[in-house]
Design a protein around this ligand. Structure first.
Ligand code: PMP
Ligand code: GLU
Length: 398
């Protein structure tokens, strides 16, 4: 039987990050010794105080439907966190807790985008942004941020990309996949451009807030002239090693929050009650308590930068946050091992996966077809071994 699926779902691409993880799981199941540097998730366990809060919630029978936008205590804890860490004032009616930051981003897009609305997205961008915008029938306007500017766009580039049809600008800082972090001054200059264009909303994805190697986190929501138009996205997946708990949130103008509440009320209802109580404990945990993870990620970043110096033809920036490296690998395009000719980053990723069983994500997924993404959220030993294997595979290309 051929099942006639909707055009909408047929047109939606599979998440490339999750696809590479799926392929590497399949190869592992076949008995191959795969090193998976494709998926972006911390390899730490969720901190004990957060796990205790979840166990307590189960024992206290938090088993009923929570309010669609999240328990008031959770939304208050998020507001207090935003005040404590970011000096941002929000009220609980501006917060919507969702099933991961991914869900919060989709909520924002579905609440704002009409078919044909332009959405400005700097490249490289996080993989799901483009698919989500397509799903809402928005029109992508990509702005290329090159390695020479540390993968960040300039205010002039932003100015040039905005038209009367622009509805939304969306970016992550710290950035997945480049690890770039916009400084306060850089954000201020972008905010000045937005000030001149009051019809544009700004989705600020701050999920890597706590994985910032140099400075304290800066949010573009700090600039009062544009704060009402900023949709701040954050969650517990990365900073608290809670990817499987599925809790993210949006902080936004009350009207946008109300729209997301309505949408969620029809599609998913509230996210898990137990995850909410765990996330409340995470919000009440001061950032210093998770610093050991940041320090580990820094050590691994430094190790990877050192190791990549030994890989001929890989050109990389110095990531200031998140846990990825995003080298330009285009010097291998056109080369062959006699059987396979590498035409793209996708070809190179598949070649490396099939030859030496290291899973990476091709840059096409992030709008930067000359690059590949390596996640260094794994042990030093595995990182050393992975780079050795990559070098072995590359050495056969001429
Ligand atoms: N934004 C970025 C930039 C990410 O890397 C991720 C990781 N999946 C998400 C959002 C979604 O995170 P979550 O696990 O909270 O859905
Ligand atoms: N954010 C992670 C990544 O980019 C998780 C995978 C996903 O949600 O797409 O690899």
């Amino acid at each position: 039987m051929t099942i006639q699926l909707s055009d909408r779902i047929n047109q939606l691409g599979e998440s490339e990050t999750l696809a590479m993880s799926r392929i590497s799981r399949e190869l592992k199941a076949q008995g191959h010794n795969v090193i998976n540097l494709s998926v972006g998730e911390p390899d730490f366990f969720t901190p004990d105080n957060i796990k205790e809060a979840a166990k307590k919630a189960i024992d206290e029978n938090y088993s009923f439907y929570p309010p669609v936008n999240g328990y008031l205590e959770l939304r208050e804890a998020i507001c207090q966190k935003l005040k404590r860490d970011n000096n941002l004032h929000y009220t609980p009616d501006q917060i919507i807790a969702s099933t991961g930051a991914k869900h919060s981003i989709m909520n924002a897009i579905l609440c704002l985008i009409n078919p044909g609305d332009e959405v400005v997205i700097p490249t490289p961008y996080w993989v799901s942004y483009s698919h989500m915008v397509s799903y809402a029938q928005g029109k992508h306007v990509y702005v290329e941020a090159g390695i020479e500017n540390d993968y960040k766009i300039t205010p002039q580039q932003l100015e040039n990309a905005i038209t009367p049809n622009t509805k939304l600008f969306m970016f992550s800082s710290p950035c997945n996949p480049s690890g770039s972090v916009y400084s306060r001054e850089e954000l201020k200059k972008l905010a000045e451009v937005f000030e001149r264009h009051p019809h544009v909303f700004i989705l600020s994805d701050e999920i890597y807030e706590l994985i910032n190697f140099d400075k304290n986190h800066e949010s573009i929501a700090q600039f009062p002239a544009i704060k009402d138009r900023v949709i701040l996205i954050n969650g517990v997946s990365k900073g608290f090693a809670m990817t499987g708990w599925r809790l993210g949130y949006m902080a936004a103008h009350p009207q946008i929050a109300a729209a997301a509440n309505k949408l969620q009320g029809q599609f998913t209802s509230a996210t898990s009650s137990i995850a909410q109580k765990a996330a409340q404990a995470a919000m009440e945990t001061p950032p210093e308590a998770t610093r050991f993870m940041l320090e580990k990620f820094r050590e691994r970043r430094d190790l990877m930068l050192e190791l990549l110096k030994g890989v001929p033809g890989f050109k990389t920036n110095v990531p200031r946050g998140a846990f990825y490296l995003f080298p330009d690998v285009s010097s291998y395009f056109g080369k062959s091992d006699g059987k396979t000719t590498i035409q793209s980053a996708g070809d190179l990723s598949m070649y490396i996966l099939n030859k030496v069983f290291v899973a990476l994500v091709p840059g096409e997924a992030f709008g930067s077809p000359n690059c590949i993404r390596l996640s260094y959220a794994t042990s030093n030993d595995l990182l050393v071994e992975a780079v050795e294997r990559i070098k072995t595979a590359l050495a056969e290309l001429r």
